[in-house]
Design a protein around this ligand. Structure first.
Ligand code: ADP
Length: 453
Protein backbone atom coordinates (compact mmCIF):
# COMPACT_ATOMS: atom_id res chain seq x y z
CA UNK A 1 0.00 0.00 0.00
CA UNK A 2 1.63 3.22 -1.10
CA UNK A 3 -0.15 5.39 1.52
CA UNK A 4 1.49 3.64 4.45
CA UNK A 5 3.42 6.11 6.56
CA UNK A 6 4.90 3.82 9.22
CA UNK A 7 4.68 0.26 10.45
CA UNK A 8 5.64 -1.16 13.81
CA UNK A 9 5.06 -4.16 16.02
CA UNK A 10 3.60 -4.27 19.51
CA UNK A 11 5.25 -7.11 21.35
CA UNK A 12 6.72 -5.96 24.69
CA UNK A 13 5.70 -3.49 27.36
CA UNK A 14 8.27 -1.05 26.09
CA UNK A 15 6.49 -0.98 22.74
CA UNK A 16 3.52 0.75 24.33
CA UNK A 17 5.67 3.83 24.88
CA UNK A 18 6.99 3.61 21.36
CA UNK A 19 3.50 3.30 19.85
CA UNK A 20 2.42 6.31 21.87
CA UNK A 21 5.46 8.33 20.90
CA UNK A 22 5.35 7.46 17.22
CA UNK A 23 1.61 7.99 17.10
CA UNK A 24 2.14 11.55 18.24
CA UNK A 25 4.95 12.00 15.74
CA UNK A 26 2.85 10.79 12.82
CA UNK A 27 -0.13 12.89 13.95
CA UNK A 28 2.10 16.00 14.10
CA UNK A 29 3.64 15.19 10.71
CA UNK A 30 0.26 14.97 8.88
CA UNK A 31 -0.88 18.24 10.48
CA UNK A 32 -3.23 17.23 13.35
CA UNK A 33 -3.51 19.92 16.03
CA UNK A 34 -1.61 19.59 19.29
CA UNK A 35 -4.64 18.48 21.30
CA UNK A 36 -5.53 15.90 18.66
CA UNK A 37 -1.97 14.58 18.66
CA UNK A 38 -2.23 13.93 22.41
CA UNK A 39 -5.69 12.40 21.99
CA UNK A 40 -4.50 9.95 19.33
CA UNK A 41 -1.34 9.07 21.30
CA UNK A 42 -3.41 8.43 24.46
CA UNK A 43 -5.92 6.27 22.57
CA UNK A 44 -3.05 4.24 21.07
CA UNK A 45 -1.29 3.67 24.41
CA UNK A 46 -4.58 2.64 26.07
CA UNK A 47 -5.37 0.18 23.28
CA UNK A 48 -1.73 -1.00 23.25
CA UNK A 49 -1.92 -1.88 26.93
CA UNK A 50 -5.06 -3.96 26.34
CA UNK A 51 -3.69 -5.68 23.21
CA UNK A 52 -0.43 -6.62 24.90
CA UNK A 53 -2.41 -8.88 27.24
CA UNK A 54 -3.70 -10.86 24.21
CA UNK A 55 -1.46 -13.74 22.97
CA UNK A 56 0.39 -12.94 19.72
CA UNK A 57 2.03 -9.81 18.34
CA UNK A 58 0.08 -6.87 17.07
CA UNK A 59 1.05 -5.06 13.86
CA UNK A 60 0.43 -1.34 13.89
CA UNK A 61 0.25 0.55 10.59
CA UNK A 62 -0.21 4.32 10.20
CA UNK A 63 -1.91 5.17 6.89
CA UNK A 64 -2.55 8.54 5.23
CA UNK A 65 -5.99 8.69 3.55
CA UNK A 66 -6.15 11.63 1.10
CA UNK A 67 -10.01 11.55 0.52
CA UNK A 68 -12.48 14.26 1.57
CA UNK A 69 -11.93 14.96 4.32
CA UNK A 70 -8.38 13.65 4.51
CA UNK A 71 -7.75 11.38 7.50
CA UNK A 72 -5.04 9.73 9.47
CA UNK A 73 -5.91 6.06 9.94
CA UNK A 74 -4.22 3.57 12.29
CA UNK A 75 -4.76 -0.10 11.51
CA UNK A 76 -3.89 -2.70 14.12
CA UNK A 77 -3.94 -6.41 13.39
CA UNK A 78 -3.85 -8.40 16.64
CA UNK A 79 -4.51 -11.94 17.93
CA UNK A 80 -8.01 -13.47 17.74
CA UNK A 81 -8.64 -12.82 21.47
CA UNK A 82 -8.33 -9.08 20.99
CA UNK A 83 -11.98 -8.51 20.06
CA UNK A 84 -13.12 -10.08 23.34
CA UNK A 85 -10.49 -8.16 25.33
CA UNK A 86 -11.60 -4.79 23.93
CA UNK A 87 -15.36 -5.39 24.10
CA UNK A 88 -16.84 -3.68 27.11
CA UNK A 89 -13.51 -2.50 28.51
CA UNK A 90 -13.76 1.05 29.89
CA UNK A 91 -10.28 1.92 28.57
CA UNK A 92 -11.38 0.93 25.04
CA UNK A 93 -14.55 2.98 25.42
CA UNK A 94 -12.45 5.97 26.56
CA UNK A 95 -10.12 5.49 23.57
CA UNK A 96 -13.11 5.54 21.23
CA UNK A 97 -14.07 8.98 22.53
CA UNK A 98 -10.59 10.33 21.74
CA UNK A 99 -10.81 9.66 17.99
CA UNK A 100 -13.47 10.09 15.30
CA UNK A 101 -13.94 6.38 14.66
CA UNK A 102 -12.82 3.16 16.34
CA UNK A 103 -13.91 -0.07 14.68
CA UNK A 104 -13.12 -3.55 15.98
CA UNK A 105 -13.59 -6.42 13.52
CA UNK A 106 -13.16 -9.81 15.22
CA UNK A 107 -12.15 -12.48 12.64
CA UNK A 108 -11.45 -16.17 13.30
CA UNK A 109 -7.69 -15.95 13.44
CA UNK A 110 -7.03 -12.20 13.71
CA UNK A 111 -8.76 -9.11 15.08
CA UNK A 112 -8.65 -5.90 13.05
CA UNK A 113 -8.82 -2.58 14.88
CA UNK A 114 -9.15 0.65 12.93
CA UNK A 115 -8.87 4.15 14.35
CA UNK A 116 -9.30 7.31 12.29
CA UNK A 117 -9.11 11.01 12.82
CA UNK A 118 -10.01 13.76 10.37
CA UNK A 119 -7.30 16.31 9.50
CA UNK A 120 -8.10 19.96 10.18
CA UNK A 121 -9.30 22.11 7.27
CA UNK A 122 -6.07 24.05 6.94
CA UNK A 123 -3.81 20.94 6.83
CA UNK A 124 -1.50 20.55 3.82
CA UNK A 125 -3.02 18.19 1.19
CA UNK A 126 -1.91 14.56 1.31
CA UNK A 127 -0.40 14.26 -2.16
CA UNK A 128 1.55 11.16 -3.20
CA UNK A 129 4.73 13.14 -3.11
CA UNK A 130 4.08 14.45 0.40
CA UNK A 131 3.18 10.98 1.68
CA UNK A 132 6.44 9.59 0.32
CA UNK A 133 8.33 12.44 1.94
CA UNK A 134 6.58 11.90 5.29
CA UNK A 135 7.31 8.16 5.14
CA UNK A 136 10.97 8.85 4.57
CA UNK A 137 11.22 11.34 7.43
CA UNK A 138 9.40 9.11 9.91
CA UNK A 139 11.59 6.13 9.01
CA UNK A 140 14.68 8.21 9.73
CA UNK A 141 13.51 9.11 13.25
CA UNK A 142 14.91 6.92 16.00
CA UNK A 143 12.25 5.92 18.52
CA UNK A 144 13.04 7.35 21.98
CA UNK A 145 13.37 5.54 25.30
CA UNK A 146 10.46 5.19 27.81
CA UNK A 147 12.22 7.95 29.80
CA UNK A 148 11.96 10.32 26.80
CA UNK A 149 8.28 9.49 26.52
CA UNK A 150 7.81 10.08 30.27
CA UNK A 151 9.41 13.52 29.90
CA UNK A 152 7.10 14.32 27.01
CA UNK A 153 4.08 13.09 28.96
CA UNK A 154 5.09 15.21 31.96
CA UNK A 155 5.36 18.23 29.71
CA UNK A 156 1.91 17.48 28.31
CA UNK A 157 0.52 17.10 31.81
CA UNK A 158 1.95 20.47 32.83
CA UNK A 159 0.54 22.07 29.69
CA UNK A 160 -2.83 20.50 30.43
CA UNK A 161 -2.68 21.81 34.02
CA UNK A 162 -1.82 25.28 32.70
CA UNK A 163 -4.76 25.09 30.33
CA UNK A 164 -7.07 24.09 33.17
CA UNK A 165 -5.76 26.94 35.31
CA UNK A 166 -6.25 29.38 32.44
CA UNK A 167 -9.77 28.10 31.97
CA UNK A 168 -10.48 28.43 35.68
CA UNK A 169 -9.18 32.03 35.65
CA UNK A 170 -11.29 32.75 32.62
CA UNK A 171 -14.31 31.28 34.37
CA UNK A 172 -13.62 33.38 37.47
CA UNK A 173 -13.42 36.45 35.23
CA UNK A 174 -16.67 35.52 33.52
CA UNK A 175 -18.24 35.00 36.94
CA UNK A 176 -17.05 38.42 37.99
CA UNK A 177 -18.55 39.87 34.84
CA UNK A 178 -21.84 38.10 35.49
CA UNK A 179 -21.87 39.29 39.10
CA UNK A 180 -21.17 42.86 37.99
CA UNK A 181 -23.99 42.66 35.48
CA UNK A 182 -26.29 41.16 38.09
CA UNK A 183 -25.42 43.93 40.57
CA UNK A 184 -26.00 46.55 37.93
CA UNK A 185 -29.36 45.04 37.03
CA UNK A 186 -30.51 44.74 40.63
CA UNK A 187 -29.45 48.32 41.26
CA UNK A 188 -31.45 49.43 38.25
CA UNK A 189 -34.43 47.40 39.45
CA UNK A 190 -34.15 48.93 42.89
CA UNK A 191 -34.08 52.40 41.40
CA UNK A 192 -37.13 51.66 39.27
CA UNK A 193 -38.89 50.31 42.35
CA UNK A 194 -38.03 53.45 44.27
CA UNK A 195 -39.44 55.49 41.39
CA UNK A 196 -42.67 53.49 41.39
CA UNK A 197 -43.03 53.84 45.16
CA UNK A 198 -42.46 57.60 44.90
CA UNK A 199 -45.07 57.78 42.14
CA UNK A 200 -47.57 55.90 44.30
CA UNK A 201 -46.91 58.23 47.21
CA UNK A 202 -47.47 61.19 44.95
CA UNK A 203 -50.74 59.67 43.71
CA UNK A 204 -51.83 59.08 47.32
CA UNK A 205 -51.03 62.71 48.13
CA UNK A 206 -52.94 63.92 45.10
CA UNK A 207 -56.02 61.84 45.87
CA UNK A 208 -55.91 63.01 49.50
CA UNK A 209 -55.78 66.61 48.22
CA UNK A 210 -58.68 65.95 45.85
CA UNK A 211 -60.71 64.42 48.64
CA UNK A 212 -59.96 67.33 50.94
CA UNK A 213 -60.98 69.80 48.19
CA UNK A 214 -64.24 67.96 47.55
CA UNK A 215 -64.98 67.86 51.26
CA UNK A 216 -64.22 71.57 51.57
CA UNK A 217 -66.63 72.26 48.69
CA UNK A 218 -69.40 70.26 50.34
CA UNK A 219 -68.79 72.00 53.67
CA UNK A 220 -68.88 75.38 51.99
CA UNK A 221 -72.13 74.60 50.17
CA UNK A 222 -73.72 73.26 53.32
CA UNK A 223 -72.73 76.33 55.35
CA UNK A 224 -73.73 78.87 52.72
CA UNK A 225 -77.09 77.27 52.01
CA UNK A 226 -77.77 76.93 55.69
CA UNK A 227 -76.99 80.62 56.23
CA UNK A 228 -79.15 81.60 53.23
CA UNK A 229 -82.18 79.59 54.19
CA UNK A 230 -83.25 81.70 57.17
CA UNK A 231 -83.16 85.12 55.43
CA UNK A 232 -84.84 83.76 52.27
CA UNK A 233 -87.60 82.16 54.35
CA UNK A 234 -87.98 85.50 56.14
CA UNK A 235 -88.32 87.33 52.79
CA UNK A 236 -91.09 84.94 51.72
CA UNK A 237 -92.84 85.42 55.05
CA UNK A 238 -92.64 89.20 54.72
CA UNK A 239 -94.10 89.17 51.19
CA UNK A 240 -97.03 87.11 52.51
CA UNK A 241 -97.49 89.65 55.30
CA UNK A 242 -97.47 92.54 52.80
CA UNK A 243 -100.18 90.96 50.62
CA UNK A 244 -102.22 89.85 53.65
CA UNK A 245 -105.80 91.13 53.72
CA UNK A 246 -105.22 92.59 57.17
CA UNK A 247 -102.32 94.78 56.00
CA UNK A 248 -102.58 98.17 54.38
CA UNK A 249 -103.90 97.81 50.82
CA UNK A 250 -101.26 97.88 48.08
CA UNK A 251 -101.54 99.50 44.72
CA UNK A 252 -101.80 97.19 41.71
CA UNK A 253 -98.18 97.92 40.80
CA UNK A 254 -97.00 97.19 44.36
CA UNK A 255 -98.93 93.87 44.41
CA UNK A 256 -97.22 92.82 41.15
CA UNK A 257 -93.78 93.64 42.60
CA UNK A 258 -94.46 91.79 45.84
CA UNK A 259 -95.61 88.73 43.85
CA UNK A 260 -92.40 88.88 41.79
CA UNK A 261 -90.31 89.08 44.95
CA UNK A 262 -92.14 86.09 46.47
CA UNK A 263 -91.69 84.04 43.27
CA UNK A 264 -87.98 84.72 43.11
CA UNK A 265 -87.51 84.07 46.80
CA UNK A 266 -89.37 80.75 46.49
CA UNK A 267 -87.09 79.70 43.58
CA UNK A 268 -84.10 80.71 45.64
CA UNK A 269 -85.32 78.67 48.59
CA UNK A 270 -85.73 75.61 46.35
CA UNK A 271 -82.17 76.03 45.10
CA UNK A 272 -80.83 76.50 48.61
CA UNK A 273 -82.70 73.42 49.86
CA UNK A 274 -81.47 71.31 46.92
CA UNK A 275 -77.90 72.48 47.50
CA UNK A 276 -78.17 71.68 51.17
CA UNK A 277 -79.48 68.17 50.41
CA UNK A 278 -76.72 67.48 47.90
CA UNK A 279 -73.99 68.83 50.16
CA UNK A 280 -75.30 66.67 52.99
CA UNK A 281 -75.32 63.56 50.79
CA UNK A 282 -71.82 64.32 49.48
CA UNK A 283 -70.26 65.04 52.84
CA UNK A 284 -71.35 61.65 54.16
CA UNK A 285 -73.47 63.31 56.82
CA UNK A 286 -76.55 61.58 55.47
CA UNK A 287 -76.92 58.18 57.11
CA UNK A 288 -79.75 55.98 55.87
CA UNK A 289 -82.16 54.64 58.46
CA UNK A 290 -82.50 51.04 57.32
CA UNK A 291 -85.95 49.47 57.63
CA UNK A 292 -88.03 46.93 55.76
CA UNK A 293 -89.87 49.04 53.17
CA UNK A 294 -93.21 47.77 51.84
CA UNK A 295 -93.03 48.66 48.14
CA UNK A 296 -96.74 48.32 47.50
CA UNK A 297 -97.49 50.92 50.20
CA UNK A 298 -94.73 53.19 48.92
CA UNK A 299 -96.10 53.06 45.35
CA UNK A 300 -99.61 53.80 46.65
CA UNK A 301 -98.41 56.86 48.49
CA UNK A 302 -96.49 58.17 45.46
CA UNK A 303 -99.54 57.59 43.24
CA UNK A 304 -101.50 59.98 45.45
CA UNK A 305 -98.91 62.75 45.71
CA UNK A 306 -97.91 62.65 42.03
CA UNK A 307 -101.48 62.86 40.78
CA UNK A 308 -101.71 66.25 42.45
CA UNK A 309 -98.67 67.48 40.47
CA UNK A 310 -100.19 66.70 37.06
CA UNK A 311 -101.69 69.84 35.56
CA UNK A 312 -102.32 68.68 31.99
CA UNK A 313 -105.33 66.54 31.07
CA UNK A 314 -103.29 65.14 28.13
CA UNK A 315 -100.95 63.33 30.54
CA UNK A 316 -102.03 60.12 32.20
CA UNK A 317 -100.33 58.79 35.33
CA UNK A 318 -100.07 55.01 35.68
CA UNK A 319 -98.50 53.69 38.88
CA UNK A 320 -98.62 49.89 38.74
CA UNK A 321 -99.27 47.88 41.87
CA UNK A 322 -96.25 45.85 42.98
CA UNK A 323 -96.95 42.24 44.02
CA UNK A 324 -98.20 41.96 47.61
CA UNK A 325 -95.36 41.48 50.03
CA UNK A 326 -92.71 43.01 47.74
CA UNK A 327 -90.22 44.61 50.09
CA UNK A 328 -86.69 45.92 50.26
CA UNK A 329 -84.34 46.85 53.08
CA UNK A 330 -83.87 50.58 52.56
CA UNK A 331 -84.41 54.09 53.90
CA UNK A 332 -88.05 54.83 53.15
CA UNK A 333 -87.75 58.64 53.22
CA UNK A 334 -84.70 58.72 50.93
CA UNK A 335 -86.18 56.19 48.49
CA UNK A 336 -89.42 58.22 48.39
CA UNK A 337 -87.41 61.37 47.60
CA UNK A 338 -85.66 59.63 44.69
CA UNK A 339 -88.86 58.28 43.13
CA UNK A 340 -90.78 61.51 43.68
CA UNK A 341 -87.95 63.39 42.02
CA UNK A 342 -88.03 61.07 38.99
CA UNK A 343 -91.84 61.27 38.76
CA UNK A 344 -91.81 65.08 39.05
CA UNK A 345 -89.24 65.29 36.26
CA UNK A 346 -91.23 62.88 34.07
CA UNK A 347 -94.39 64.91 34.56
CA UNK A 348 -92.50 68.17 34.02
CA UNK A 349 -90.99 67.09 30.69
CA UNK A 350 -94.07 65.33 29.24
CA UNK A 351 -96.59 67.37 27.23
CA UNK A 352 -98.90 64.45 26.42
CA UNK A 353 -99.02 60.69 26.83
CA UNK A 354 -98.18 58.64 29.86
CA UNK A 355 -96.00 58.82 32.93
CA UNK A 356 -95.71 55.40 34.52
CA UNK A 357 -93.99 53.70 37.43
CA UNK A 358 -93.55 49.94 37.69
CA UNK A 359 -91.58 47.29 39.54
CA UNK A 360 -90.07 43.97 38.52
CA UNK A 361 -87.52 41.50 39.89
CA UNK A 362 -83.99 42.51 38.94
CA UNK A 363 -82.03 40.35 36.52
CA UNK A 364 -78.76 38.89 37.75
CA UNK A 365 -79.19 39.98 41.36
CA UNK A 366 -81.52 39.45 44.29
CA UNK A 367 -83.38 42.73 44.16
CA UNK A 368 -85.80 45.00 42.33
CA UNK A 369 -85.85 47.22 39.28
CA UNK A 370 -88.04 50.30 39.79
CA UNK A 371 -88.84 52.03 36.53
CA UNK A 372 -90.13 55.56 35.92
CA UNK A 373 -91.03 55.95 32.24
CA UNK A 374 -92.50 58.83 30.26
CA UNK A 375 -93.45 59.72 26.71
CA UNK A 376 -91.92 63.20 27.02
CA UNK A 377 -89.17 65.17 25.27
CA UNK A 378 -86.48 62.52 25.73
CA UNK A 379 -82.75 63.13 26.14
CA UNK A 380 -80.06 62.78 23.43
CA UNK A 381 -77.79 59.77 24.16
CA UNK A 382 -74.63 61.92 24.42
CA UNK A 383 -76.19 63.78 27.37
CA UNK A 384 -77.25 60.69 29.34
CA UNK A 385 -74.34 61.06 31.76
CA UNK A 386 -74.17 64.85 31.75
CA UNK A 387 -77.64 65.29 33.22
CA UNK A 388 -76.33 63.64 36.37
CA UNK A 389 -73.81 66.48 36.77
CA UNK A 390 -74.63 69.31 39.13
CA UNK A 391 -76.55 72.22 37.52
CA UNK A 392 -76.61 70.58 34.08
CA UNK A 393 -79.86 71.00 32.14
CA UNK A 394 -80.50 69.87 28.58
CA UNK A 395 -80.25 73.07 26.48
CA UNK A 396 -83.69 74.52 25.84
CA UNK A 397 -85.44 72.12 28.22
CA UNK A 398 -85.78 74.65 31.04
CA UNK A 399 -87.77 77.15 28.96
CA UNK A 400 -91.08 77.59 30.73
CA UNK A 401 -90.16 75.09 33.49
CA UNK A 402 -88.74 75.54 36.95
CA UNK A 403 -85.67 73.60 38.05
CA UNK A 404 -82.18 73.84 39.48
CA UNK A 405 -80.32 71.02 37.74
CA UNK A 406 -79.57 69.46 41.10
CA UNK A 407 -82.36 66.86 41.29
CA UNK A 408 -80.73 64.04 39.32
CA UNK A 409 -77.22 64.32 40.85
CA UNK A 410 -78.90 64.20 44.26
CA UNK A 411 -81.09 61.24 43.27
CA UNK A 412 -78.07 59.29 42.03
CA UNK A 413 -76.20 60.06 45.29
CA UNK A 414 -79.10 58.76 47.31
CA UNK A 415 -79.49 55.57 45.24
CA UNK A 416 -75.76 54.90 45.62
CA UNK A 417 -76.11 55.46 49.35
CA UNK A 418 -78.92 52.90 49.34
CA UNK A 419 -76.62 50.36 47.66
CA UNK A 420 -78.20 50.60 44.20
CA UNK A 421 -77.73 52.20 40.80
CA UNK A 422 -79.66 54.77 38.79
CA UNK A 423 -79.59 54.42 35.01
CA UNK A 424 -81.31 55.91 31.99
CA UNK A 425 -82.55 54.87 28.57
CA UNK A 426 -83.91 57.68 26.40
CA UNK A 427 -84.34 58.94 22.86
CA UNK A 428 -85.39 62.49 21.93
CA UNK A 429 -89.03 62.48 20.85
CA UNK A 430 -89.79 59.01 22.23
CA UNK A 431 -89.47 59.52 25.97
CA UNK A 432 -87.27 58.45 28.85
CA UNK A 433 -86.97 55.49 31.20
CA UNK A 434 -85.12 56.01 34.49
CA UNK A 435 -84.35 52.74 36.29
CA UNK A 436 -83.44 52.32 39.94
CA UNK A 437 -81.90 48.92 40.67
CA UNK A 438 -81.91 48.03 44.36
CA UNK A 439 -80.54 44.92 46.05
CA UNK A 440 -83.12 43.37 48.36
CA UNK A 441 -80.61 43.38 51.23
CA UNK A 442 -77.96 46.01 50.55
CA UNK A 443 -74.64 45.91 52.38
CA UNK A 444 -74.49 49.32 54.08
CA UNK A 445 -71.42 51.23 52.87
CA UNK A 446 -68.92 52.31 55.53
CA UNK A 447 -69.87 55.86 56.55
CA UNK A 448 -67.67 58.46 54.89
CA UNK A 449 -65.07 59.95 57.25
CA UNK A 450 -66.28 63.16 58.76
CA UNK A 451 -64.28 66.27 59.55
CA UNK A 452 -64.17 67.39 63.13
CA UNK A 453 -64.74 70.99 61.93
P1 ADP B 1 -84.02 69.96 36.98
O1 ADP B 1 -84.22 70.68 38.26
O2 ADP B 1 -83.64 70.87 35.86
O3 ADP B 1 -85.15 69.05 36.65
P2 ADP B 1 -82.57 67.55 37.21
O4 ADP B 1 -81.19 67.29 37.74
O5 ADP B 1 -83.67 66.84 37.84
O6 ADP B 1 -82.73 69.08 37.24
O7 ADP B 1 -82.53 67.20 35.68
C1 ADP B 1 -81.50 67.72 34.86
C2 ADP B 1 -81.97 67.89 33.43
O8 ADP B 1 -82.20 66.58 32.85
C3 ADP B 1 -83.27 68.58 33.27
O9 ADP B 1 -83.08 69.97 33.28
C4 ADP B 1 -83.73 68.08 31.91
O10 ADP B 1 -83.03 68.79 30.90
C5 ADP B 1 -83.26 66.66 31.91
N1 ADP B 1 -84.31 65.71 32.35
C6 ADP B 1 -84.47 65.16 33.57
N2 ADP B 1 -85.50 64.30 33.60
C7 ADP B 1 -86.03 64.30 32.34
C8 ADP B 1 -87.14 63.63 31.71
N3 ADP B 1 -87.91 62.76 32.36
N4 ADP B 1 -87.34 63.87 30.39
C9 ADP B 1 -86.57 64.72 29.71
N5 ADP B 1 -85.52 65.39 30.25
C10 ADP B 1 -85.26 65.19 31.55
Amino acid sequence: MTDVLLRMVLRREHDIFVVRQRGREVAAAVGLEHQDQIRLATALSDLGRLLLAVPGDADVTFVAQPGTPPRLVVEIVAGSGAAAALAGDPAAAAAKRLVDELEVDGGESRTRVRLSRRLPIGAAPLTGERIADLRERLAANEPGTPLDELTVQNRELLAALDAVRAQRDELAETNQGVMALYNELSQELEETNRGVVALYNELDDKSAQLKAASEAKSRFLANVSHELRAPVTAVIGLTRLLSDAGSDPLTEEQTRHVDLIRGSATDLLTLVNDLLDLAKAESGRLEPVWTEVDLRALFGQLRGTSRAVITRPEVQLVVEDPPAGAAVTSDEALLTQVLRNLLTNAIKFTERGTVSMSLRAATGLDGWELEVADTGTGIPPELHERIFEEFYQVPGSSVGRTGTGLGLPYARRLVTLLGGTLGLASEPGTGSVFTVVLPRRPVPAAPAPRDAG
